[in-house]
Ligand binder design. Structure first.
Ligand code: AKB
Length: 317
C-alpha cells in the first residue's frame, strides 16, 4: 500500500519541489501539502493542500487522522539569518514543530519522519575542510543550535521509542522555482536571478567565502533516497552529512560570466558574513554514500547552465 504523506512547510524553497517529486512517486492524492498560508498558489492548486500551523500539535494531529497520514516531512523552519533577527521565534518554531511530529510518531500514528538538519550545526571550532560526520559541533547561530539540539532529540526518540526518523544536514540549496528565505546561502540563488534581470549582483558575502552547496535536484534525490532506504541501512539517526559542491561568490560569478560575459559582481558583506565564516567549507559525506548509496549529479558548471536556462524562460529573456 502506498504511504500517505504530509509535508509541513510545503510552500518553502525545498518543500515546493519535494511536494512535486513525492506526488510523482506516490500519486497526487497520497501527498497532502500544508503551510501556514497559501503564498504559493501553483502548489496550493496542484493537489491536496491544508493550511497548518507547525506549532499547533492538535492541528497536526487532526490533519494526520483526517487524511490517514503515516509519513511526515517536516520542512517548516526559520533559517540562519532570520533566526538571528528573531531568536525566540526561531527556537519556538524549529523546536516545537519537531517535538509535535516526534510525539505523534512515538504514539504510533506516524510510521516514518523526515526532518532536515543543516551544515549550521557546525561552528567555528569545527574542522573546516572535509568536515567529518562525528566532530565538534559548537554552533554560534540560533538556527544552528535548534538543528543541533533537534538532531539529539531525533536520535533519542529513535533509541528510546523506536521512532523511524531520518535526517540529512543540507548544505546551501540552489534552485530556480521557489525562492529561499532568510538563509545565509541565499546569495547563491539571488545571484542567478539578478544576473538575468539586471546583469549584475552585489553579494552580501565576501568573494572568497567558500561554502558547501547543492543543486535542488540533488537535494530532492538525497531526500527521497534516504526515505526509501531499508531501515537497517540507516545507521545514523541524528543526521547524515551530505555534500555535493563547494564554491565562493567569486567562483559562482565566474561560472555565470562563462555564459554571460558582461555579468558584473560586487561585494558588500553584511551580518551574514559572520554566520558564513562560522561554517565549514567542505563536508565529508562518506557515511551517506556508504549507508544508502548517496551520490550527487550536479557540479558548478552544469548547475549554472541549468539555472540560467530555467530563469531565462521564467523571466522571458
Ligand atoms: C541557511 O543558509 O540558513 C540554510 C542552511 C545552510 O541551512 N540554507
Amino acid at each position: 500500500m502506498s504511504s500517505k504523506i504530509l509535508i509541513i512547510g510545503a510552500c518553502g524553497q525545498i518543500g515546493t519541489e519535494l511536494t512535486t517529486k513525492l506526488r510523482e512517486i506516490h500519486g497526487v492524492d497520497n501527498v497532502v501539502a500544508s503551510d501556514i498560508n497559501t503564498r504559493n498558489l501553483d502548489l496550493v492548486n496542484a493537489g491536496p493542500f491544508v493550511i497548518l500551523d507547525a506549532k499547533n500539535f492538535n492541528a497536526i494531529k487532526d490533519c494526520c487522522i483526517n487524511n490517514n497520514i503515516d509519513t511526515i516531512y517536516l520542512m517548516a523552519a526559520l533559517l540562519s539569518a532570520t533566526g538571528e533577527k528573531y531568536p525566540m521565534e526561531a527556537w519556538d518554531l524549529n523546536m516545537n514543530s519537531l517535538f509535535h511530529v516526534l510525539n505523534l510518531a512515538k504514539g504510533g500514528q506516524i510510521k516514518k519522519v523526515f526532518w532536515p538538519s543543516s551544515i549550521a550545526v557546525f561552528g567555528p571550532t569545527t574542522p573546516k575542510e572535509n568536515t567529518p560526520q562525528h566532530t565538534i559541533c559548537e554552533p554560534t547561530t540560533v538556527y544552528g543550535i535548534t538543528k543541533q539540539v533537534g538532531e539529539r532529540w531525533c536520535e533519542y526518540y529513535h533509541n528510546k521509542y523506536g521512532v523511524d526518523v531520518r535526517s540529512i544536514r543540507y548544505p546551501g540549496i540552489i534552485s530556480h522555482k521557489a525562492m529561499p528565505g532568510g538563509g545565509t546561502t541565499d546569495y547563491a540563488v539571488e545571484i542567478y536571478h539578478e544576473a538575468i534581470k539586471e546583469g549584475k549582483y552585489e553579494s552580501f558575502l565576501s568573494k572568497n567565502t567558500n561554502l558547501p552547496m547543492m543543486f535542488m535536484d540533488d537535494a530532492i534525490k538525497a531526500t527521497t533516497t534516504i526515505m526509501a532506504a531499508p531501515s537497517e541501512k540507516i545507521n545514523i539517526r541524528s543526521s547524515y552529512n551530505l555534500s555535493a559542491i563547494s564554491f565562493t561568490p567569486q567562483e559562482i560569478a565566474e561560472s555565470i560570466k562563462a555564459e554571460m560575459p558582461n555579468f558584473k559582481i560586487s561585494y558588500k558583506p553584511d551580518f551574514r558574513q559572520a554566520i558564513a565564516d562560522s561554517w565549514p567549507s567542505s563536508i565529508d559525506d562518506s557515511e551517506a554514500r556508504n549507508d544508502w548509496n548517496w551520490s550527487h549529479d550536479f557540479n558548478l558548471r552544469n548547475m549554472t547552465s541549468e539555472m540560467l536556462i530555467q530563469l531565462k524562460k521564467k523571466y522571458k529573456y
